[in-house]
Design a protein around this ligand. Structure first.
Ligand SMILES: [Zn+2]
Length: 269
């Protein structure tokens, strides 16, 4: 799962200047000044305190609207918010599995025409959305809930009231990656209490099927491109920590070690 905590680091620096001119309160300004000075504080802001709507709007380039929303609710900054583990979700038995659950590395089978026709895939997708919203995420891949099929769902707003934005991708493939790349901070509900910078293509061309089995061809850029690539990786048994650079990996290694210890035997990845 990709949490709604992506933020373009370079834009964040720019944000400090904008907030200074918009916000009547010194608190967010102070925090952003701190972030400009310390990568740790900046990282904590991105992961722990960034309101979902702010992250989404900001990442989609709507920086002014995002800043206004953000500066009008400065208390949001200080409600430390880590990955949300929804526990039992009403209406489904699905749960988000944490690293190093072997499902995250297992092979994922194509969804069959029969599974699409008899509603099996539709039912799974519906329940995945329930779990995703309960976990306050914007995307979820089937292996993250223990279903090893090539299926992903996302809603780039992360807002269940905006159900028209819900996307289900069945048997997706990325057929072209842009050479141009960018780097953003990613997190994942399967990896609580950590995040890291990941380089990905700015745009991608994809092919997939919808729930009716109809073929879809799309080009995605920006926020949606990043969500898609993160979830698509899950369908290949790849997780974002595989894509961290050496420094990023060193930073998260202690948290990974704890997760392995918590999982107990049989969770080697
Ligand atoms: Zn993920």
């Amino acid at each position: 799962m990709i949490r709604a905590t992506f933020i373009n680091v370079t834009r964040l620096f720019f944000l400090g200047t904008i907030v200074r001119s918009l916000s009547p309160s010194p608190a967010p300004v102070l925090l952003i000044y701190n972030m400009r000075l310390t990568p740790v504080a900046m990282s904590a802001f991105c992961t722990l305190a960034l309101p979902r709507q702010f992250a989404a709007a900001f990442s989609r380039g709507n920086s002014i609207a995002a800043v206004r929303q953000f500066s009008s609710t400065p208390t949001g900054l200080f409600s430390v918010k880590e990955e949300v583990d929804p526990g039992v979700v009403e209406g489904t038995d699905l749960r988000v599995l944490k690293y190093p659950d072997p499902s995250l590395r297992a092979e994922n089978a194509e969804c069959t025409e029969e599974e699409l026709k008899d509603g099996t895939i539709g039912k799974i997708a519906k329940e995945m959305f329930m779990v995703m919203y309960a976990a306050e995420g914007v995307g979820l891949a089937a292996p993250q809930v223990g279903i090893n099929k090539k299926l992903m769902v996302y809603n780039e707003s992360g807002d269940k009231k905006k159900w028209l934005d819900e996307i289900v991708m069945v048997n997706p493939k990325i057929v072209e990656f842009s050479e141009a790349k960018d780097v953003e901070i990613e997190g994942c509900l399967s990896f609580p209490n950590m995040n890291g910078k990941v380089e990905r293509s700015k745009w991608i061309k994809v092919e997939a099927q919808n729930l009716k089995g109809k073929k879809i061809k799309k080009k995605f850029k920006g926020w949606e491109s990043r969500i898609f690539q993160h979830e698509y990786d899950h369908l290949d048994g790849v997780v974002y920590t595989d894509r961290l650079d050496e420094d990023g990996r060193l930073e998260v290694q202690p948290v990974l070690d704890e997760l392995v210890e918590d999982f107990g035997e049989g969770g080697e990845l």
